[in-house]
Design a protein. Structure first.
Length: 233
Protein backbone atom coordinates (compact mmCIF):
# COMPACT_ATOMS: atom_id res chain seq x y z
CA UNK A 1 0.00 0.00 0.00
CA UNK A 2 1.32 3.42 -0.98
CA UNK A 3 0.87 5.55 2.12
CA UNK A 4 2.18 8.67 0.34
CA UNK A 5 -0.94 9.04 -1.83
CA UNK A 6 -2.42 12.32 -0.62
CA UNK A 7 -6.00 11.22 0.11
CA UNK A 8 -4.89 8.00 1.82
CA UNK A 9 -2.27 9.81 3.87
CA UNK A 10 -4.71 12.49 5.01
CA UNK A 11 -7.41 9.95 5.87
CA UNK A 12 -4.99 7.93 8.02
CA UNK A 13 -3.61 11.08 9.65
CA UNK A 14 -7.12 12.17 10.58
CA UNK A 15 -7.88 8.76 12.12
CA UNK A 16 -4.57 8.79 14.00
CA UNK A 17 -5.19 12.24 15.51
CA UNK A 18 -8.79 11.41 16.41
CA UNK A 19 -7.69 8.15 18.06
CA UNK A 20 -9.77 5.87 15.83
CA UNK A 21 -6.70 4.16 14.34
CA UNK A 22 -6.02 1.13 16.55
CA UNK A 23 -3.75 -1.88 17.02
CA UNK A 24 -1.07 -2.80 14.52
CA UNK A 25 -2.33 -0.17 12.06
CA UNK A 26 -1.61 2.60 14.59
CA UNK A 27 1.81 1.13 15.41
CA UNK A 28 2.70 0.96 11.73
CA UNK A 29 1.50 4.51 11.14
CA UNK A 30 3.69 5.78 14.01
CA UNK A 31 6.69 4.33 12.20
CA UNK A 32 5.61 5.99 8.95
CA UNK A 33 5.39 9.35 10.72
CA UNK A 34 9.06 9.04 11.66
CA UNK A 35 10.11 7.89 8.19
CA UNK A 36 8.21 10.25 5.88
CA UNK A 37 8.05 14.07 6.29
CA UNK A 38 4.84 14.37 4.17
CA UNK A 39 3.02 12.03 6.57
CA UNK A 40 4.37 13.98 9.53
CA UNK A 41 3.12 17.21 7.93
CA UNK A 42 -0.36 15.76 7.48
CA UNK A 43 -0.48 14.67 11.12
CA UNK A 44 0.65 18.11 12.32
CA UNK A 45 -1.97 19.82 10.17
CA UNK A 46 -4.75 17.61 11.54
CA UNK A 47 -3.52 18.12 15.10
CA UNK A 48 -3.72 21.89 14.64
CA UNK A 49 -7.20 21.57 13.18
CA UNK A 50 -8.58 19.27 15.90
CA UNK A 51 -7.00 21.38 18.67
CA UNK A 52 -8.61 24.48 17.19
CA UNK A 53 -12.00 22.77 17.27
CA UNK A 54 -11.48 21.67 20.88
CA UNK A 55 -10.63 25.19 21.98
CA UNK A 56 -14.08 26.35 20.85
CA UNK A 57 -15.86 24.14 23.41
CA UNK A 58 -16.95 26.11 26.47
CA UNK A 59 -17.63 24.23 29.73
CA UNK A 60 -21.06 24.52 31.32
CA UNK A 61 -21.32 24.27 35.10
CA UNK A 62 -23.63 21.40 36.16
CA UNK A 63 -26.73 22.11 38.28
CA UNK A 64 -26.41 21.52 42.06
CA UNK A 65 -28.86 18.62 41.71
CA UNK A 66 -26.32 16.82 39.56
CA UNK A 67 -23.73 16.96 42.33
CA UNK A 68 -26.26 15.69 44.85
CA UNK A 69 -26.86 12.69 42.61
CA UNK A 70 -23.11 12.15 42.39
CA UNK A 71 -22.87 12.10 46.19
CA UNK A 72 -25.78 9.71 46.51
CA UNK A 73 -24.33 7.45 43.85
CA UNK A 74 -21.04 7.30 45.73
CA UNK A 75 -22.75 6.99 49.13
CA UNK A 76 -21.34 10.32 50.35
CA UNK A 77 -24.43 11.04 52.43
CA UNK A 78 -22.50 13.18 54.92
CA UNK A 79 -20.93 15.48 52.38
CA UNK A 80 -22.39 18.93 53.08
CA UNK A 81 -20.43 21.54 51.18
CA UNK A 82 -19.97 22.18 47.52
CA UNK A 83 -17.40 24.82 46.61
CA UNK A 84 -16.58 25.60 42.98
CA UNK A 85 -18.35 22.43 41.85
CA UNK A 86 -16.07 20.17 43.93
CA UNK A 87 -17.68 17.51 46.13
CA UNK A 88 -16.38 17.52 49.72
CA UNK A 89 -15.51 13.93 50.60
CA UNK A 90 -15.94 12.70 54.20
CA UNK A 91 -12.82 11.45 55.96
CA UNK A 92 -13.18 7.80 56.85
CA UNK A 93 -10.61 5.51 58.39
CA UNK A 94 -9.55 3.21 55.58
CA UNK A 95 -6.37 1.84 54.09
CA UNK A 96 -4.53 4.24 51.81
CA UNK A 97 -5.14 2.12 48.68
CA UNK A 98 -8.85 2.08 49.36
CA UNK A 99 -8.98 5.83 49.79
CA UNK A 100 -7.08 6.40 46.54
CA UNK A 101 -9.38 4.00 44.73
CA UNK A 102 -12.43 5.83 46.05
CA UNK A 103 -11.07 9.21 44.99
CA UNK A 104 -10.24 7.87 41.53
CA UNK A 105 -13.77 6.54 41.14
CA UNK A 106 -15.24 9.85 42.26
CA UNK A 107 -13.03 11.80 39.88
CA UNK A 108 -14.00 9.53 37.00
CA UNK A 109 -17.70 9.96 37.72
CA UNK A 110 -17.38 13.72 38.10
CA UNK A 111 -15.51 13.91 34.80
CA UNK A 112 -18.26 11.87 33.14
CA UNK A 113 -20.88 14.25 34.51
CA UNK A 114 -18.97 17.26 33.21
CA UNK A 115 -18.67 15.74 29.76
CA UNK A 116 -22.36 15.02 29.65
CA UNK A 117 -23.15 18.57 30.74
CA UNK A 118 -20.99 20.16 28.04
CA UNK A 119 -23.28 21.60 25.41
CA UNK A 120 -21.09 23.15 22.69
CA UNK A 121 -22.60 24.49 19.50
CA UNK A 122 -22.27 21.62 17.00
CA UNK A 123 -19.59 22.24 14.39
CA UNK A 124 -20.82 22.21 10.77
CA UNK A 125 -20.71 18.72 9.30
CA UNK A 126 -17.82 18.29 6.89
CA UNK A 127 -18.96 16.88 3.54
CA UNK A 128 -15.72 16.98 1.55
CA UNK A 129 -12.12 17.97 2.20
CA UNK A 130 -8.70 18.20 0.64
CA UNK A 131 -5.18 19.16 1.65
CA UNK A 132 -3.43 21.46 -0.79
CA UNK A 133 0.27 20.63 -1.14
CA UNK A 134 3.30 22.07 -2.89
CA UNK A 135 5.75 20.26 -5.16
CA UNK A 136 7.68 19.00 -2.12
CA UNK A 137 4.49 17.32 -0.83
CA UNK A 138 4.32 19.73 2.09
CA UNK A 139 0.81 20.47 3.35
CA UNK A 140 -0.17 24.10 2.82
CA UNK A 141 -3.91 24.42 3.38
CA UNK A 142 -6.54 22.17 4.89
CA UNK A 143 -9.80 22.84 3.02
CA UNK A 144 -13.10 21.50 4.37
CA UNK A 145 -16.45 21.79 2.62
CA UNK A 146 -19.54 22.09 4.82
CA UNK A 147 -23.16 22.65 3.82
CA UNK A 148 -22.83 26.43 3.68
CA UNK A 149 -19.15 27.31 3.97
CA UNK A 150 -15.62 26.41 2.94
CA UNK A 151 -13.42 26.27 6.03
CA UNK A 152 -9.72 26.82 5.38
CA UNK A 153 -6.62 26.63 7.56
CA UNK A 154 -3.13 27.64 6.50
CA UNK A 155 -0.11 25.69 7.67
CA UNK A 156 3.25 27.20 8.60
CA UNK A 157 4.57 26.12 5.18
CA UNK A 158 2.52 28.75 3.33
CA UNK A 159 4.88 31.34 1.84
CA UNK A 160 3.91 34.80 3.09
CA UNK A 161 3.25 37.24 0.25
CA UNK A 162 2.97 40.93 1.15
CA UNK A 163 2.15 42.02 -2.40
CA UNK A 164 -0.01 39.07 -3.44
CA UNK A 165 -3.01 37.01 -2.41
CA UNK A 166 -3.73 33.30 -2.82
CA UNK A 167 -7.08 32.60 -4.48
CA UNK A 168 -9.06 29.35 -4.37
CA UNK A 169 -10.84 28.06 -7.48
CA UNK A 170 -13.12 25.17 -8.32
CA UNK A 171 -12.47 23.44 -11.64
CA UNK A 172 -15.69 22.04 -13.23
CA UNK A 173 -15.41 18.57 -14.71
CA UNK A 174 -17.29 19.70 -17.84
CA UNK A 175 -14.29 21.71 -19.02
CA UNK A 176 -15.78 25.14 -18.36
CA UNK A 177 -13.69 27.94 -16.89
CA UNK A 178 -12.57 27.79 -13.24
CA UNK A 179 -14.83 29.61 -10.77
CA UNK A 180 -13.37 31.69 -7.96
CA UNK A 181 -14.29 30.62 -4.42
CA UNK A 182 -12.48 33.39 -2.58
CA UNK A 183 -9.12 34.29 -1.07
CA UNK A 184 -7.17 31.86 1.10
CA UNK A 185 -5.54 32.90 4.38
CA UNK A 186 -1.78 33.15 4.53
CA UNK A 187 -1.97 32.49 8.27
CA UNK A 188 -4.55 30.90 10.55
CA UNK A 189 -8.18 30.21 9.68
CA UNK A 190 -10.69 31.66 7.24
CA UNK A 191 -14.30 30.81 6.46
CA UNK A 192 -15.51 31.34 2.88
CA UNK A 193 -19.18 31.38 1.88
CA UNK A 194 -19.83 28.47 -0.48
CA UNK A 195 -20.41 29.48 -4.10
CA UNK A 196 -23.99 28.98 -5.32
CA UNK A 197 -22.82 26.58 -8.06
CA UNK A 198 -20.58 24.49 -5.83
CA UNK A 199 -23.18 21.77 -5.21
CA UNK A 200 -24.66 22.02 -8.70
CA UNK A 201 -21.53 21.22 -10.71
CA UNK A 202 -19.37 18.13 -10.90
CA UNK A 203 -16.04 19.43 -9.59
CA UNK A 204 -12.90 17.87 -11.00
CA UNK A 205 -10.52 19.58 -8.57
CA UNK A 206 -9.73 22.67 -6.52
CA UNK A 207 -6.88 24.96 -7.52
CA UNK A 208 -4.88 27.73 -5.88
CA UNK A 209 -3.54 30.67 -7.87
CA UNK A 210 -1.22 33.56 -7.08
CA UNK A 211 -2.98 36.87 -7.63
CA UNK A 212 -2.46 40.59 -7.10
CA UNK A 213 -3.74 41.94 -3.80
CA UNK A 214 -7.51 41.64 -3.72
CA UNK A 215 -7.71 38.68 -6.08
CA UNK A 216 -7.87 38.03 -9.79
CA UNK A 217 -8.35 41.25 -11.81
CA UNK A 218 -10.20 39.55 -14.68
CA UNK A 219 -12.13 36.61 -13.18
CA UNK A 220 -9.59 34.01 -14.31
CA UNK A 221 -6.57 32.51 -12.51
CA UNK A 222 -3.43 34.54 -13.10
CA UNK A 223 -0.82 31.93 -12.08
CA UNK A 224 -2.03 28.49 -11.01
CA UNK A 225 0.24 27.12 -8.28
CA UNK A 226 -1.44 24.00 -6.84
CA UNK A 227 -4.24 21.59 -7.74
CA UNK A 228 -5.88 18.91 -5.54
CA UNK A 229 -8.88 16.62 -5.81
CA UNK A 230 -11.65 16.62 -3.23
CA UNK A 231 -12.23 13.63 -0.96
CA UNK A 232 -15.77 12.78 0.12
CA UNK A 233 -16.38 11.96 3.79
Amino acid sequence: MNYLIQQRRDALAAEYVLGTLHGSARTRFKQLILQYPPIRESVELWEQHINALGSQIKPVAPDPEVWEKVKQRLAFADAKTITNNVVALPVKPAPLWKGLSLLASAAALVLAVLLVQLQPTPAPAIQKFTVMQNEAKESLWLIEITQQTIETKASQKVAQRLQNDYELWMVPANGSSPISLGLLPQKGLASIAKHAQFDQLDIAALAVSLEPLGGSPNGAPTEVLYIAELAIL
